[in-house]
Design a protein around this ligand. Structure first.
Ligand SMILES: *Cc1c(COP(=O)(O)O)cnc(C)c1O
Length: 396
């Protein structure tokens, strides 16, 4: 059988390559940070990681992780309810609840799992899930695993959301689901308006804070800080793999009965291993740090404003952003790839996105700013962008 299957796979892989959609991976041989070394020895400035607060190589987190290795060992070797619950995991859940102003928190090994395991235990065919069209793949998959009736509205389109809510009055319970920050444009979901519509049409709200936690709001508490809705959203999900240190781990946080039900019935929690103690310990240290100082959040906000301003002054077409994601619009797919390749030669690592990742004719380079970037590094990026854009006649 494999011979047939093999030739089928080879043909499929060939057509992915022919369409120019084959994903190659660049190997990094240094810690993840603002300046990285890639295989072959080239040193580049990194503008394409989700390392928003620059914590991926933070000494305090590394020290906390090392200490936990010595005191709690390497792994838990069990799911939580059998014998995989450690004191550090419990403490981390408490820290996450404090950070977001929520009642309780449940940890997963990723936010993909958190989203994959949140809907099916809570809702059935009598209920409605109303989802933003640009929500993350893990939300889409999670919704697929649940029998609830599905509604979809165009990105951040409150008119379409309202239409969905009217239709969904037929169902028993309703929940509106949105990413906090949409990763291709960097726009923040209008959670204030979503919340108002939820009140008007008797619905609940879930926000995935993966790209907004640590970034959005003065102290990085996410969309509920920005819109003054702390404690009011029923479900928040998020990741420890972006702003919060960048290792692994995800969580669902919110109303305590919801979290209690997930502990009983959420399949990725019940049937998958605990996060390792060192990751929990580093997470605790990270939340301690963020409750002591706002330095990193302030630096990230200042860096983003500085970079966006300089790029606009240089003449670039930048999508309005309320996050650390800056979309440099080029519109043309080929140009976005050429420009990213040339920027890499200049020592600036960025990625060009084009259809089907973003809509046709809206190709762009996505720049992700970090608190780990120095002003000098930001200046270097702007200078390289300007030089290459002139070469490619994007700028005059
Ligand atoms: C990155 C991301 C996830 C997945 O997080 P992991 O912890 O890496 O699985 C889920 N949702 C959104 C919106 C994300 O951006």
């Amino acid at each position: 059988m494999y011979k047939d299957f093999q030739s089928y796979l080879k043909t499929e892989l060939g057509s992915i390559k022919k369409a120019g959609l084959y994903k190659e991976e660049r190997v990094i041989v240094s810690p993840q940070r603002a300046d990285i070394k890639v295989a072959g020895g080239k040193e580049v400035l990194n503008f394409c990681a989700n390392n928003y607060l620059g914590l991926s190589d933070n000494p305090r987190l590394i020290k906390a992780a090392k200490k936990a290795l010595d005191t709690r060992g390497y792994g838990m070797s069990s799911v939580r309810f059998i014998c995989g619950t450690g004191d550090l995991q419990k403490e981390l859940e408490k820290k996450i609840s404090e950070f977001f102003g929520t009642e309780d928190t449940i940890l997963y090994t990723s936010c993909f799992d958190a989203n994959g395991g949140v809907f099916e235990p809570l809702f059935n065919e009598e209920d409605a899930i109303i989802s933003d069209a640009l929500n993350h793949a893990s939300i889409i998959d999670g919704v697929r695993l649940c029998k609830a009736v599905r509604y979809r509205y165009a990105n951040a389109d409150m008119k379409e959301l309202e239409d969905c809510l009217k239709k969904a009055q037929k169902q028993r319970y309703r929940i509106i689901v949105t990413d906090g920050v949409f990763s291709m444009d960097g726009n923040v979901a209008p959670v204030d308006k979503i919340y108002a519509l939820a009140k008007k049409y008797n619905a609940m709200v879930m926000v995935d804070e993966s790209h907004s936690a640590g970034v959005v709001g003065k102290t990085g508490r996410g969309t509920t800080e920005l819109y003054k809705l702390r404690g009011k959203i029923e479900i928040l999900t998020g990741t420890l793999g972006k702003s919060f240190g960048g290792a692994v781990g995800g969580f669902t946080t919110g109303k305590k009965e919801i979290i209690a039900m997930l502990r009983q019935r959420s399949r990725p929690y019940l049937f998958s291993n605990s996060i390792p103690p060192m990751v929990a310990a580093a997470g605790i240290e990270m939340f301690n740090m963020m409750s002591q100082t706002n330095k990193l959040q302030d630096k990230l906000h200042a860096n983003t404003a500085y970079f966006v301003d300089k790029m606009k002054k240089a003449g670039f077409d930048i999508k309005p952003t309320q996050s650390a994601i800056c979309a440099v619009m080029l519109y043309d797919a080929k140009l976005s790839q050429q420009m990213a390749a040339k920027l890499l030669d200049e020592g600036i690592y960025v990625v060009g996105f084009y259809y089907p990742v973003v809509p046709k004719d809206l190709a762009r380079i996505r720049v992700q700013v970090s608190a780990g970037h120095s002003k000098k590094q930001l200046d270097k990026a702007v200078a390289a962008f300007t030089k290459i854009a002139k070469e490619l006649k994007v700028l005059k």
